[in-house]
Write a protein that binds this ligand. Structure first.
Ligand SMILES: Cc1ncc(COP(=O)(O)O)c(C=O)c1O
Length: 388
């Protein structure tokens, strides 16, 4: 196993004990419902294989990815748990989906046809979940069209078994918004229509993290947490769940200097020193998860203190003012997300500098950042690059 010393000193630590703790918090909230852990987008930047393995060992019943390719990645890593492809598939991917034992979302007639043909060729039946659009408006059979689609499914039932149906909520993170109730009702009506057409769909699901927190009628038979497993609330309005952030993003000071008044830093010369400033250069930039909009706005933690970001965050480098960090020296650890002394900095705070959401920050931590999986005293380094 590689040691971190072989790499640029910028890494993400993934606390698998926190992940298990968060799964347990979700379970306590939803009782006996099955849990489908959403591990799409490389498990929200935490590393899909490492996270999926840990969650499966904690007993999670299902995994959810966005695209078939993500499911194949998990299968190639030896993960055998049921995988639902939430975003569906291109008809040309039908055979691949079956070969890797993935359960795809369905919402187009040509998907039903392609899946049916591929299943027939393999001499079996494919399982799939119907995606119903109850108001998100992106993907899914509109609730009004479910009767017509159910007839298509009925005629393909020899080779396509619709074992589940689901929809996605648009405003569950605002508990007071009545639109969620309308989506739940519409989904229930769609299920009744499916059953009337003989489509069994035993697994029915609607609840993302926000609905797990505040909308028990959306729990149905299975819940689909994403962001709560990674330790963040979906919004400031939801009833909090006792979760804690799983990921810390860390780096080290690789260059130090003192600049004089009038000296500028970085692209565009957006920072010009007004007094002598101790500047630390950090080997991370927007490819590593620190958004460019944090330039001259955000801060990084060094020795438990806030070091303001000065100048533009660039692709690989960021400069911070450590004038008020006593004793800061070359090689010091710097925390971009996580805790340092009594201070802590969350992905949601970083998101606020960039006018975005914690999901976006976590997913934005590029693939060149090694992920270090920590469980108790064990550490495993996973990098896209071979150790030097
Ligand atoms: C279909 C579906 N279900 C569940 C989730 C999980 O949502 P959250 O991260 O808000 O828990 C997502 C994520 O966007 C999703 O696309």
């Amino acid at each position: 196993m590689p040691s971190l010393d072989s790499y640029r000193p910028t890494w993400a630590e993934i606390d698998l004990d926190a992940l298990a703790h968060n799964l347990a918090a979700v379970r306590r909230r939803v009782g006996t419902r099955l849990v489908l852990a959403v591990v799409k987008a490389d498990a929200y930047g935490h590393g899909a294989v490492g996270v999926a393995r840990a969650l499966v060992s904690e007993g999670v019943e299902r995994l959810g990815v966005a695209i078939p390719e993500e499911g194949v990645e998990l299968r190639r890593a030896g993960i055998g748990a049921p995988i639902l492809v939430l975003g569906g598939f291109a008809p040309a991917q039908a055979e691949l989906v079956l070969r890797h034992d993935l359960v795809p979302a369905l919402y187009r007639p040509d998907q039903v046809e392609a899946l049916s043909r591929a299943a027939e060729k393999r001499g079996g039946a494919a399982s799939a979940h119907l995606k119903v659009d109850t108001g998100m408006g992106r993907l899914g059979v509109p609730a009004a069209d479910v009767p017509a689609f159910a007839a298509i499914l009925e005629s393909a039932s020899g080779h396509v078994r619709v074992t589940g149906a689901f929809s996605h909520l648009a405003v569950a993170d605002d508990p007071a918004d009545p639109f969620t109730r309308r989506q739940i009702d519409l989904f229930q009506e769609s299920i009744a229509v499916l059953r009337a057409h003989g489509v069994a769909a035993e697994e029915i699901h609607l609840a993302n993290s926000a609905a797990i927190m505040d909308h028990p009628p959306a729990w149905l038979t299975l819940v689909r947490p994403g962001i709560s497993l990674y330790g963040y609330p979906p919004s400031a309005k939801v009833t909090p769940l006792a979760v804690r952030p799983v990921l810390s993003l860390k780096t080290r000071i690789i260059y130090m200097k003192e600049i004089l008044p009038g000296t500028s830093l970085g692209y565009g010369r957006t920072f010009v020193a007004q007094r002598p400033v101790r500047v630390a250069s950090l080997p991370l930039g927007y490819d590593d998860g620190l958004p460019r909009l944090a330039s001259n706005r955000g801060y990084i933690l060094v020795r438990g203190r806030r070091a303001p970001i000065v100048g533009r965050v660039s692709m690989d480098l960021t400069t911070v003012d450590v004038s008020d960090v006593p004793g800061a020296v070359l090689g010091d650890e710097a925390t971009v997300i996580g805790a340092s002394g009594a201070e802590s900095l969350g992905a949601d705070r970083v998101a606020s500098w960039a006018e975005t959401i914690s999901w976006d920050i976590l997913c934005g931590i590029g693939s060149r950042v090694p992920r270090v999986y920590v469980r108790g005293a064990d550490r495993e380094v996973v990098s896209r690059f071979d150790p030097i």
